[in-house]
Design a protein around this ligand. Structure first.
Ligand SMILES: [Zn+2]
Length: 534
């Protein structure tokens, strides 16, 4: 991602839901997140007078890590957990019966593994949603079925369906399209990308939400724009997802396969009239709707009040089993807990395993966690999250904490016989690391090498078949070793930064525009470059 912002946007647009992370996957296409990705370059290590940081060979953690690695690699149940979650529980959209079943399942697994203090931490999301059916048919210029699925938390057509002419709206012109929304009355809107994005692409996605509202209000019948104008990745695949943080839209918004969308675009470009019939039925549940994070611990032996959170999101989308998003993460969390418990080693500080829900709706579970544990946050060391699909872990992203990169280095060197993994201070705003980074803590993302994730992501291909058991076992083992090392090393790994320093870091990492656009920036003017000062 060493491209300049504008290139990155284009790349992003073309790649569609290639990115992990709840938002990236959706907007697929939209620039907000791309900016964050592009801006977050790796930092060089700082040189100062402190003694060289100690790795497992010097800090006394190695014997325990060896035991944990042995348990994790030789006696892993991670793939068995993933199989149960995928095939027995199945899809688990936050607030639905499937998701509640997953909570029960997660608690039962944590208890069986031998975690302490296993419980659910309830919170509420703003409203619930259940997928019904989505059908579409091309009527003119030729007749054939089209392949579509509804985006999450979007609405329905009338029960008898809707029929209309397809007209385009250009995402790169989204402000004008929003202003001129009345022209979409009675039409089906196909979102396209024409020309180049104007400056200030950073908040495109937030403004896309305004467009959807305006189109709905104007009486548009439906929007084909789940990928916000870009093409869906993969052969004949759709990709569902939410269209903002806690955002819902009365108008039906559809993800269409790349092949079908290409055909519609070609017709319209050549001046042919396109008519489509669609019937989309979804159900909103009036909120608030209850859900819960699932929590279990290995209590620390010396400083149990100090906590490292190890997490992944238990909720999923519903076009398949949610095996790669984020069954792999959930199974890694359970597998890592199991490896540590079986090793018989107890870390100095507490490791708290959390299966978050609500991630797909806007990181709701991890935001709820930091809210519910507000008083305890100064005692947190950070969180460690795996949510990038099915591939092998390739990079530790330390969530903005450039001060920790150097001390992490000897640890990854100690892992090099298992796998070469790099370290940097990138912020991942697309998963449950963000609320921790926003609280000045290292929200550590275990980024993965998952070239096929762009296909399985939120699609009908997100199934167990896409996951290799040995890769999962190794990822879970690395998660266990990382968690134990952070929690057990003699020196405390991290304490929260001040709000000022955090705000400055988030701005430097290109997160400000996105957070501001979604009304999630809590820091006011903090961290702003002051004019007139050098
Ligand atoms: Zn995910």
């Amino acid at each position: 991602m060493e491209t300049r912002a504008s290139e990155c946007v284009i790349e992003f647009v073309c790649a569609e839901g290639a990115r992990r992370g709840w938002m990236r996957r959706v907007l697929t296409g939209v620039a907000v997140v791309a900016l964050g990705l592009c801006a977050a370059g790796a930092r060089t290590l700082r040189a100062d007078n402190r003694p060289a940081p100690k790795g497992p060979d010097e800090d006394g953690t190695k014997p325990a890590l060896v035991k944990i690695a042995g348990e994790g690699l030789m006696d892993s149940h991670a793939f068995q957990y993933l199989t149960e979650l995928s095939d027995d529980v199945g899809s688990r959209v936050t607030g639905t019966p499937g998701e509640r079943e997953a909570e029960e399942w997660g608690m039962a697994k944590m208890k069986a593994i031998g975690l302490e203090n296993v419980h659910a931490e309830k919170y509420q999301i703003w409203r619930g949603w259940t997928r019904g059916t989505a059908q579409a048919e091309l009527l003119e210029p030729i007749r054939r079925p089209l392949h579509v699925d509804a985006m999450g938390w979007t609405g329905s057509t009338r029960t008898e369906g809707a029929e209309g002419e397809v007209v385009t709206a250009n995402l790169f012109n989204i402000d004008e399209e929003t202003k001129n929304a009345p022209k979409y009355s009675g039409k089906i809107v196909l979102v396209v990308l024409q020309g180049t994005p104007k400056k200030n692409v950073d908040s495109l996605f937030a403004r896309y939400g305004d467009f959807l509202k305006a189109a709905g209000k104007a009486g548009a019948l439906a929007v084909i724009g789940g990928q916000a104008g870009s093409r869906a990745s993969g052969m004949n695949l759709t990709h569902t997802g939410i269209l903002g943080f806690d955002a819902d839209f009365a108008i039906p918004v559809l993800s269409m396969t790349a092949e079908d969308q290409g055909q519609l675009e070609r017709y319209i470009e050549s001046g042919k009239k396109v008519r489509v019939r669609c019937n989309v039925q979804n159900t909103f549940t009036n909120g608030p709707v209850e859900t819960a994070n699932v929590v279990g611990e290995i209590r620390g032996r010396e400083n149990p009040e100090q906590v490292l959170v190890v997490g992944a999101h238990l909720d999923s989308w519903d076009l398949s089993e949610g095996a790669t998003d984020n069954g792999t993460g959930s199974a890694s969390v359970l597998g890592s807990a199991e490896a540590i418990v079986r090793s018989g080693m107890r870390p100095r500080r507490t490791i708290r395993f959390v299966l978050f829900t609500g991630e797909e709706q806007g990181l709701d579970g991890s935001f709820a966690y930091v809210k519910q544990h507000r008083a305890e946050m100064p005692n947190h060391l950070g969180n460690l999250v795996l949510d990038s699909g099915q591939g092998a872990v390739k990079e530790y992203q330390l969530g903005g904490r450039d001060d920790l990169v150097e001390s992490f280095q000897p640890f990854v060197e100690a892992l090099s016989a298992i796998r070469k993994i790099s370290v940097n201070d990138k912020v991942d705003s697309g998963t449950d690391t963000l609320p921790f980074s926003m609280n000045g803590l290292p929200g550590i993302n275990m980024d993965q090498d998952s070239p096929e994730y762009k296909y399985t992501h939120h699609s009908a291909a997100d199934a167990l078949d896409a996951v290799k058991p040995e890769v999962l076992a190794e990822n879970a083992t690395l998660m266990a070793m990382t968690a134990f090392w952070i929690a057990d090393r003699p020196e405390r790994f991290a304490s929260p930064w001040s709000a000022e320093r955090t705000a400055k870091m988030l701005r430097a990492q290109g997160q400000y525009e996105m957070l501001k656009a979604f009304h999630l920036w809590p820091f006011g003017d903090l961290g702003e470059e002051k004019k007139g000062k050098e």
